[in-house]
Design a protein. Structure first.
Length: 218
């Protein structure tokens, strides 16, 4: 079983001069929503071709965001923090989370209110405690077996639809394979942390522990 846990950021911008598509959901009208998102990002000041994880969505892989566009994104997140570090509580972990991909099939996307800090919830899955699993709302119920973990999307923590609709509602994964996927995702976060610190230094923003702030909300 090949498992990947892919870190993604939700980059959503709107512009009052750009008319949104009236057709939905985005995964059934990918061309319209892809064009709308591209226009909004360009109007906001992002540069070049920004390709989302899947056509029409607003999730972007950490590793594929250019330094220029990451700088723009980070600035928009921290611009309300003054030079004395006040208003830090208005900034938190970047929206998004982690896409669970099993044998080249996307099983589970981060949901509403998910963030990069949810890596902690993924780590807790491997532990012995039965803690609530959180990737935003809704989040699946979890069944832990000796060598596997079952994601039960039929019995979620809230009665909301998943975005996008899942192809499978019961998914069992090998625990060792998932552990490796989580470790790989954490390595990507370490690389991202270095990028954030470098951007902070280059732009002389002097935001203390900007990497911990934007990844873990700390």
């Amino acid at each position: 079983m090949n498992i990947r846990l892919i870190p993604v950021i939700d980059i959503t911008y709107y512009d009052q001069n750009i008319v949104s598509s009236t057709n939905g959901p985005y995964w059934e009208h990918t061309d319209e929503w892809s064009l709308f998102n591209k226009k909004c990002l360009k109007a906001a000041g992002f540069e070049g071709e920004m390709n989302p994880y899947s056509k029409g969505c607003s999730l972007y892989e950490l590793a594929k965001i250019t330094n220029r566009n990451l700088t723009k994104l980070v600035f928009d997140e921290i611009k309300d923090i003054d030079k004395d570090g006040n208003d830090m509580d208005c900034v938190g972990s970047l929206s998004g989370g982690y896409i669970l991909n099993v044998d080249d099939e996307d099983i589970l996307y981060p949901q509403c209110c998910g963030s990069l800090n949810d890596i902690k919830s993924w780590e807790e899955l491997i532990g012995d405690e039965d803690l609530s699993f959180w990737i935003g709302h809704p989040s699946p119920s979890i069944i832990k077996n000796e060598n596997s973990i079952v994601f039960d999307l039929e019995h979620s923590n809230v009665n909301e639809n998943y975005v996008p609709n899942p192809n499978k509602f019961i998914v069992e994964v090998n625990k060792n394979s998932l552990t490796k996927a989580i470790d790989d995702a954490k390595l990507q976060l370490e690389i991202f942390s270095v990028q954030l610190l470098a951007i902070n230094a280059t732009n002389q923003w002097n935001i203390s522990d900007i990497d911990k702030l934007l990844i873990y909300g700390e």
